[in-house]
Design a protein around this ligand. Structure first.
Ligand SMILES: NC(=O)c1ccc[n+]([C@@H]2O[C@H](COP(=O)([O-])OP(=O)(O)OC[C@H]3O[C@@H](n4cnc5c(N)ncnc54)[C@H](OP(=O)(O)O)[C@@H]3O)[C@@H](O)[C@H]2O)c1
Length: 257
């Protein structure tokens, strides 16, 4: 039986853990041929994800690149992907690019140092920008670019001003690129997760009051799970979303509506 993403190639940044890992496993269940599991330093977690993907019948390769290093890192990441894709299919073609890797420090404007600001912008915004630039010519016609933002881009986030702004920049980039990529049938969209139970906020959610507050933000009165967000990413990766581009798709469980 043909599956939603049969034989596609996919690159998901930050897929050793969390939302990226859940998206990689969802892609594998939907028939993706090759998944590149990108990570920064956590090679063991990336290898575990690779094995989980392969158990579902897809091929996978782990690719390390610390996105704090800017364009040098995205060039290396792209080169490593191309080698894996050529080994898989004979061509460097990429069908689905998910810019998911990110960090989300809770730092007020007063406490944000220049170094912390630069690191955040480099990982969350500069890296997707230059990865899309590097990949552009090899993204297949009717391919997909999916950028992972945050619900904090649509509500005030005084606890995370630099983080919210880094994702705001990613959203503006998404809109700006949709017409150019549209000429080749490629869609460019954003998914906005809300509070999702991953390592990113494990420490915060270990506090019962914080957890209850986070649950109460959603109209469904629970936290998001990584697979809640992964299923929305999978929809945007599939042909079913072919008429949707330049859009910010909410995956917050109706948080703070
Ligand atoms: N969790 C939430 O509540 C939430 C809410 C809204 C939006 N988001 C967004 O969703 C995305 C995924 O979040 P998550 O919760 O799944 O995060 P996570 O569990 O903390 O995982 C982060 C992933 O990004 C990678 N990464 C971190 N720093 C990196 C760097 N310097 N260079 C390259 N890769 C790096 C990590 O690789 P290693 O394993 O090697 O460290 C890991 O694969 C992020 O963009 C985040 O902003 C999350």
């Amino acid at each position: 039986m043909s599956k939603k993403l049969s034989n596609k190639t996919a690159l998901i940044t930050g897929s050793s853990r969390g939302i990226g890992r859940a998206a990689a496993l969802a892609f594998a269940k939907h028939g993706v041929g090759l998944i590149a599991v990108h990570y920064a330093a956590n090679a063991d977690a990336a290898q575990t994800t690779v094995r989980e993907i392969e158990a579902l019948g897809a091929k996978a390769v782990a690719i390390g690149a610390d996105l704090r290093k800017g364009k040098q890192a995205t060039d290396s990441l792209w080169q490593q992907f191309k080698e894996a894709a050529i080994a898989f299919s004979g061509k460097p073609a990429l069908d689905i690019l998910v810019n998911n890797a990110g960090i989300a420090p809770a730092t007020s404007i007063g406490d944000t140092t220049e170094a912390a600001f630069d690191e955040l912008m480099t990982i969350n915004f500069k890296a997707p920008f230059f990865l899309i630039q590097a990949a552009a010519d090899d993204i297949s016609d009717n391919g997909r670019i999916i950028n992972v933002s945050t619900g904090f881009a649509r509500v005030a986030a005084p606890t995370h001003p630099a983080y919210a702004a880094s994702k705001g920049a990613l959203e503006t980039l998404t809109l700006a690129l949709a017409p150019e990529f549209g000429k080749r049938g490629i869609t460019v969209n954003v998914v906005r997760p809300g509070v999702t139970e991953t390592d990113m906020n494990a420490e915060w959610l270990a506090m019962p009051e914080a957890r209850a507050g986070a649950e109460a933000m959603s109209v469904f009165n629970r936290l998001g799970r990584a697979d809640d967000v992964a299923d929305v990413i999978t929809f945007l990766a599939s042909d079913e979303s072919r008429w949707t581009t330049g859009q910010m798709i909410d995956a917050t469980g109706g948080a703070r509506l």
